[in-house]
Ligand binder design. Structure first.
Ligand code: ACO
Length: 422
C-alpha cells in the first residue's frame, strides 16, 4: 500500500494528504494548505533539494555507494579514473570506453602557458594553495569561449573532461609556485595519480613515483570523489542552477570546500594534532573541547552517526603508506585521541566518530604534502563529483534557479531620518 502523510492546518482545519516515497514527501503540498506557508529549515537539516542517482549514503549504517557500488569495493578494486567515469556516466566503462576516457583525460592535462606565467606568477609568494586553486579554476574558464554553453551536452562534456584532466596540473602548479620550484609538465605516459605526484615532486631526472604511494593517492581520490549533497556540492548546484559555466561553478564549490568545517578539516586536524604534540596532553585537550573551547577536528559528521566508512578504509591505507615512508609521529597522538574520544560520554552521547579527515591528513603528510595543500588534494577528486551533480541538475526538468525563501525577523517599515538627527 502506498504510504502517505496527512498534514492538518489547525488554523483553518484544512488538510492535505501526500504520498511519501523513500521517506520523502513533496513540500509543495503545503502550498495547498496555504500558498504563503513556508518550512523553516536552517542548514537544510530535513530538506531534500533534489533527486539524485549518483551517490547513496546511509549515515546510520555507515553505507556509501557510488551509482550503487559500495565504496569498499571501489577502493579495493577500481581506479580513480574508472570511478570518475562511473560517477559522470552512471555505469562502469567497458574496455574501449575506458581506453578512450583514459586517453582523453591524459591528453587534456596541459594548461595554457599564460595560466602559469601571467596568472599564477601574479600571486604573493606565500599565497594559500587553496586560494590559488580556486582562482585558477575560475580563470581557466576564460580560456575557453565555449565554456558558457552548458545545454549542449557534448560541449558540457568537453568542459568536464578539461576540468577533470587539468585540476591535478593546477594543484601541482600551486605547490610548485609556493615552493619556488620550476613547474613540471604533465607526462602522458603516467597514470592520473602518478602524473600528479610526478608534477608535485620531480626535481631533476632521478625521481620515480613509488607505485604503492601512487595507489594510496588513487584510493584517497576514490574516497573523496563524491559525497552527495554536502556543502560544496550544494554550492555547485546552487551556482549551476543559474546556468553559470562549469569553471565558475566548480570554483564556487571549491570555495565552500575550503572552509574548516568542510574540506579544510583535514588541515585543521593536523594543526590540532601538532598542537597537542604528545599523548600526555590528550586528557587536557579533551576537557577543553568538552568545555566548548574548541572542536575535536576530524570528528563528527552531519550524516554519519555511527561511523564514516571512508575513515575505516583510510586508516588501513595509512598503515600501507607508513610502511614505505616511515610512520608519522602524529599517528600515536591520533590513535590515542581517537580511543579516548570514543570512550568518552561527551562524544558517545553526541554520536561523534572519526570522519574521513581524521586520518587523511596524516597520509598526506607522509606523502610529503604541506598542510596547506590538503584541501587542494580533496578538491582534485571532488571536482568529478561536483561536475556529475552539475550534469544531473541541468538534465533535471524539476530544477529551476535555486532561490530559498526566508523568515523575515527584522524591523517593520520605518521612516528615514537625516544623519544629523540620529
Ligand atoms: N568536537 C566537539 N564537539 C562536537 C564536534 C566536534 N568535532 N562536532 C559536533 N560537536 C558537538 C556540537 O557542539 C553539538 O553539541 P551540543 O549538542 O552540546 O550543542 C553536537 O555535537 C552536535 O553538533 P552539530 O554542530 O549540531 O553537528 P552538525 O551536524 O551541525 O556538524 C560537523 C557536523 C560540522 C562536521 C561537526 O561535527 C564539526 O564541526 N566537526 C569538526 C570539523 C570536521 O571534522 N569537519 C569535517 C566533516 S567531513 C567533511 O566535510 C569532509
Amino acid at each position: 500500500m502506498a504510504e502517505t502523510i496527512t498534514i492538518i492546518d489547525d488554523r483553518t482545519g484544512k488538510k492535505v494528504t501526500v504520498p511519501v516515497t523513500d521517506g520523502v514527501f513533496a513540500s509543495t503540498a503545503l502550498r495547498e494548505l496555504d500558498p504563503n506557508l513556508r518550512m523553516y529549515d536552517p542548514a537544510f537539516l530535513s530538506t531534500a533539494a533534489c533527486q539524485s542517482s549518483i551517490t547513496y549514503l546511509d549515515g546510520e549504517k555507515g553505507i556509501l555507494r557510488y551509482r550503487g557500488y559500495p565504496i569498499e569495493q571501489l577502493a579495493e578494486k577500481s581506479t580513480f579514473l574508472e570511478v570518475a567515469y562511473l560517477l559522470l556516466n552512471g555505469e562502469l566503462p567497458d574496455n574501449d570506453q575506458f581506453a578512450k576516457w583514459d586517453y582523453d583525460v591524459t591528453h587534456h592535462t596541459m594548461i595554457h602557458e599564460n595560466m602559469r606565467k601571467r596568472f599564477v606568477d601574479g600571486f604573493h609568494y606565500d599565497a594559500h594553495p587553496m586560494g590559488m586553486f580556486i582562482s585558477a579554476i575560475a580563470a581557466l574558464g576564460t580560456f575557453y569561449d565555449d565554456a558558457q554553453d552548458v545545454f549542449d551536452t557534448d560541449n558540457l562534456n568537453k568542459q568536464i573532461l578539461r576540468l577533470v584532466a587539468k585540476v591535478p596540473t593546477i594543484a601541482a602548479m600551486t605547490y610548485r609556485f609556493s615552493s619556488g620550484l620550476p613547474f613540471v609538465l604533465p607526462n602522458n605516459s603516467m597514470s592520473y595519480a602518478t602524473n600528479f605526484l610526478n608534477m608535485m615532486y620531480r626535481i631533476g631526472d632521478d625521481y620515480e613515483v613509488d607505485p604503492v604511494l601512487a595507489r594510496a593517492m588513487d584510493v584517497l581520490f576514490i574516497l573523496h570523489a563524491d559525497h552527495e549533497q554536502n556543502c560544496g556540492t550544494t554550492a555547485m548546484r546552487v551556482v549551476a542552477s543559474a546556468n553559470s559555466d562549469p569553471y565558475s561553478a566548480t570554483a564556487a564549490a571549491a570555495s565552500a570546500l575550503y572552509g574548516p568545517l568542510h574540506g579544510g578539516a583535514n588541515e585543521a586536524v593536523v594543526r590540532m594534532l601538532t598542537e597537542i604534540g604528545d599523548v600526555k596532553n590528550i586528557p587536557a585537550f579533551i576537557e577543553s573541547v568538552k568545555r566548548g573551547e574548541g572542536k575535536l577536528m576530524g570528528f563528527g559528521h552531519r550524516v554519519y552517526k555511527n561511523f564514516d566508512p571512508r575513515a575505516t578504509i583510510i586508516k588501513k591505507s595509512a598503515y600501507e603508506v607508513f610502511e614505505i615512508t616511515g610512520t608519522n609521529p602524529l599517528l600515536d597522538v591520533a590513535l590515542k585521541l581517537e580511543e579516548v574520544a570514543l570512550n568518552d560520554e561527551y562524544f558517545a552521547s553526541r554520536r561523534l566518530y572519526p570522519n574521513v579527515d581524521f586520518y587523511s591528513g596524516l597520509i598526506y603528510q607522509a606523502l610529503g604534502f604541506p598542510v596547506s595543500m590538503f584541501t587542494v588534494l580533496f578538491a582534485i577528486p571532488r571536482t568529478v563529483g561536483w561536475l556529475a551533480h552539475m550534469s544531473e541538475l541541468l538534465r533535471d526538468d524539476e530544477q529551476k534557479i535555486s532561490r530559498p525563501r526566508q523568515w523575515y525577523t527584522g524591523v517593520d517599515e520605518r521612516n528615514y531620518t537625516d544623519i544629523k538627527k540620529r
